[in-house]
Ligand binder design. Structure first.
Ligand code: ZN
Length: 387
């Protein structure tokens, strides 16, 4: 409960203000003094880790003024932050019902209430609160729009998410345009999966208008080409994406294998990866090059040179070492060497078991596959591969 200590700050300010007032205007309002002592009692419940008593106390507290309203808000927010959404809702609903709040307090209380509903997963109620709040043109409307957007993202209601995002340009215009492009891509992606290519293409045009450089647009164009069985076009588009952003090979590798299977050869993809790795020296590429070589049983002089040099000289990821040993093992004939490699491979394999390969740069959450949007902090394009 130590995090509730910060609630004492407005209280300290409040009592300081009161004692100063008393000093300059002596002998007035002893009733108020009793209320102050009473208020301190409520804070004591919090410090004693008796949140229900504290809650009841605040809900029945009659004398709401500027400072106690602030304390109520903080109390509710801190309940929400601790995952106690029921208590947060009680506090903020009680505060909203008070008749003597000024406009700023009312706006803050509504915002807090909307966030409680959002945290509780009661999305329709949350949406209603934020819309009502926005209809009053509040000072901090961007915060309400951001919360509304979170609701539409959860509901996968992309058109509404786009509309709402148009209102938050002051939160970094380029970033908002990029997110809007993602929303169009979400719709395009769903359409491709359902074979509705024409409609998907229309969404991609909108995505391009919003943020042309989003690599995801090209990926979906590649998916469309693959759907239309134009595999060489699909491959070209995927390769373009990887040339620009090597880390995206983690997401595209399955599609590359799919195209390889369809055209009946992995040679083109293998050559592309070898060349691209030699130019870029990007370890993301190496990892998948080794995987492809192993899967397609492809081992040549070029790859041997790469392995000789990189295993000795580079700090490779565990995964790359594992893939290298797998590949070497499959090419060796002599049993003793082979046994040694088997052991190394096994040890590395053990180490890699259960390892999470991707991490959100914003909140630090780790996951085992690449996602466009972090499932925890809901930021877009913040996932990177761990080396
Ligand atoms: Zn995150």
């Amino acid at each position: 409960m130590t995090e509730l200590l910060f609630l004492l700050l407005p209280l300290a300010f409040y009592s300081g203000w009161h004692s100063a007032r008393k000093r300059y205007r002596p002998k007035k309002n002893t009733h108020k003094k009793n209320l102050d002592t009473h208020f301190v009692k409520g804070i004591n419940y919090l410090l004693d880790e008796r949140p229900d008593k504290a809650l009841n106390f605040f809900l029945n507290y009659s004398d709401i003024d500027k400072y106690t309203a602030e304390t109520f808000l903080l109390l509710g927010n801190s309940f929400r932050n601790r995952g106690e959404v029921d208590r947060a809702l009680k506090v903020h609903q009680n505060l909203m019902a008070r008749p003597n709040l000024n406009r700023t307090q009312k706006e803050a209380a509504m915002m807090a209430l909307g966030k409680d509903f959002l945290a509780a997963g009661i999305l329709d109620r949350a949406e209603k609160v934020f819309k009502e709040l926005l209809s009053t043109k509040p000072k901090n409307s961007a915060d309400a729009y951001l919360s509304l957007r979170q609701i539409y993202e959860q509901l996968k209601d992309w058109p509404q998410a786009i509309e709402v995002t148009k209102h938050i340009e002051n939160k970094g215009k380029t970033q908002q345009l990029r997110i809007i492009a993602h929303y169009y891509c979400e719709m395009a992606h769903t359409d491709v999966a359902q074979g509705q290519v024409y409609s998907a293409e229309k969404y991609l045009i909108q995505a391009k208008k919003s943020y042309k450089a989003l690599p995801r647009i090209k990926i979906i164009q590649g998916d469309i080409a693959a759907y239309q069985e134009n595999y060489s076009k699909a491959l070209k588009l995927y390769q373009n994406v990887i040339q620009d952003d090597a880390y995206l090979i983690a997401m595209l590798f399955k599609q590359l294998l799919f195209v390889a299977e369809k055209i009946g050869s992995s040679e083109k993809i293998y050559q592309f990866l070898v060349q691209h790795y030699q130019q870029s020296q990007d370890l993301n590429i190496l990892e998948h090059l080794l995987e492809l070589a192993y899967q397609s049983n492809h081992y040549d002089q070029e790859l041997e040179t790469i392995l000789e040099s990189d295993l000795q000289n580079k700090a490779l990821s565990l995964y790359s070492i594992f893939k290298s040993s797998q590949l070497l093992e499959s090419t060796l004939k002599q049993l003793s060497n082979k046994r040694a490699l088997q052991l190394i491979r096994q040890a590395l394999h053990n180490h890699l078991q259960g390892q999470l390969n991707f991490q959100c740069q914003h909140c630090g959450y780790k996951m085992n596959e690449y996602l466009w949007r972090c499932p925890i902090c809901h930021h877009w394009d913040t996932i990177t591969k761990l080396q």
